[in-house]
Write a new protein. Structure first.
Length: 102
């Protein structure tokens, strides 16, 4: 999957915006773009539902938002900022767990 490989190896904090720009240049049909956004919204709503009941809510929500981010610059920026914040949080938690931070 060359698209996935390019996404994974993109610089953190710019991945979703770069994917958005690549999708803009590809110029997919209006119907395909609409289906992607609608599918992403449905998945995001299902993810929110599963956060309230037992189930894989966060991964489903993330996939839904990633689909919408391919067609929305605002959502792409939001996901890039969220990725950076989650990476910082993860780094702090790992330091705290290893005992290197007071």
């Amino acid at each position: 999957m060359p698209g996935w490989d390019r996404f994974v190896h993109s610089r953190p904090g710019r991945r979703f915006q770069a994917r958005y720009r690549r999708k803009r240049q590809a110029r997919a049909s209006v119907w395909k773009r609409c289906a992607l956004v609608c599918g992403g919204i449905v998945l995001a709503l299902v993810g929110i539902f599963f956060m309230a009941v037992p189930g894989p809510g966060i991964p489903i929500l993330a996939i839904g938002l990633a689909l919408v981010a391919q067609e929305s610059a605002a959502i792409a920026r939001l996901l890039d900022r969220t990725e950076i914040r989650l990476r910082r949080l993860w780094k702090r938690l790992r330091k705290r767990r290893s005992g290197t931070e007071p």
